[in-house]
Ligand binder design. Structure first.
Ligand code: NAD
Length: 293
């Protein structure tokens, strides 16, 4: 089994981005600037946003973190978004999900200017992606595509099973892998909570993308010998031996999968860092596109 090391690959891409920022600075151009809006104090969201801001600093991007209490109203949040949309110093921004229950996430996503939607969640970007037009790709699927590309994994003609149909991972992943593209041309099956005999589907797969949110859900007996297994899951399970009281595990039983898979992503250190670096790549792209407006 070969490990798909997202941490190492994301560091390589960060070095490439750093060089690009240095070139931009030499040319006297404004460097990319990402803003992140964090509402409430969800510990997982805090850690994701911290890692996004830290990654911006590592590559020389500007970053702005806007924090608000969980009791912010939807109107107030929409005002912040309107300000970010019109702020010419900011190339792209994200509103970290999930949001408190009293805020409609759809209204928030729709309010973001698609030109600054570096998470790729706005229906305009989603629609362009589905049609194969240039668009901001959602960060996690974009990271997975980049990983398959950089590791030279052939996808054309392969059977791919995506487990989970969320708007941010499973569904866009199924679209990207079935597109006519360098990483694509797969025959994709999108499976979900109502799928019958998931194991039979998985066993046919040359590539499995697991995005379910249930620890160790994909077991060794669901994996075909030599398959590429990409584990998107990030689940906290109690672990008293750890200082923080928990450890992170994926949606795939790593030890069992390691016995069967040809390629496998670890958790942590697989898809997570690729998601963050994809956000940086989208922000760079937003910055370049703003230059020619
Ligand atoms: P979600 O919670 O929105 O949806 C889960 C999906 O799993 C649903 O579509 C559901 O149909 C499917 N599902 C549930 N039970 C199932 C079952 N028994 N059989 C088959 N399918 C089933 O998912 P999400 O937002 O895509 O997140 C999935 C996981 O990925 C979570 O652990 C999340 O933390 C993680 N995640 C990681 C990253 C990253 O950067 N690595 C990014 C986003 C999400």
């Amino acid at each position: 089994m070969k490990l798909l090391n997202g941490k190492e690959l994301s560091n390589t891409i960060k070095q490439e981005l750093t060089l690009e920022v240095q070139e931009m600075t030499k040319r006297g151009e404004r460097v990319p600037h990402l803003a992140a809006v964090l509402v409430g104090d969800n510990p997982a969201s805090e850690s994701y946003v911290r890692s996004k801001v830290r990654s911006c600093q590592q590559v020389g991007f500007e970053s702005t973190l806007i924090r608000r209490h969980a009791d912010i109203t939807e109107e107030e949040l929409l005002e912040i978004i309107a300000d970010l949309n019109s702020n010419r110093d900011i190339d792209g921004f994200i509103v970290q999900l999930p949001l408190p229950k009293h805020i409609d996430e759809n209204n928030v996503t729709l309010a973001i200017d698609p030109k600054k939607d570096v998470d790729g969640f706005h229906p305009v970007n989603f629609g362009k992606m589905a049609q194969g037009l240039p668009a901001f790709l959602p960060a996690t699927p974009f990271g997975i595509v980049t990983m398959l590309d950089r590791y030279g994994i052939e996808t054309s003609g392969k059977e791919c099973v995506v487990v989970g149909r969320s708007n941010i991972v499973g569904t866009p992943m199924s679209i990207l892998l079935s597109r006519k593209a360098k990483v694509g041309n797969c025959t994709v099956t999108l499976t979900h909570s109502r799928t019958k005999d998931l194991r039979a589907h998985c066993l046919k797969a040359d590539i499995i993308i697991a995005a379910i949110g249930i620890p160790n859900f994909i077991t060794g007996d669901m994996i075909k010998e030599g398959a590429v297994v990409v584990d998107v899951g990030i689940n906290r399970v109690d672990d008293t031996s750890k200082k923080r009281g928990y450890r992170l595990v994926g949606d795939v039983d790593f030890d069992q999968a390691a016995e069967r898979a040809g390629y496998l992503t670890p958790v942590p250190g697989g898809v997570g860092p690729m998601t963050v670096v994809s956000l940086l790549m989208n922000t760079l792209r937003a910055n370049r596109e703003a230059l020619y407006e």
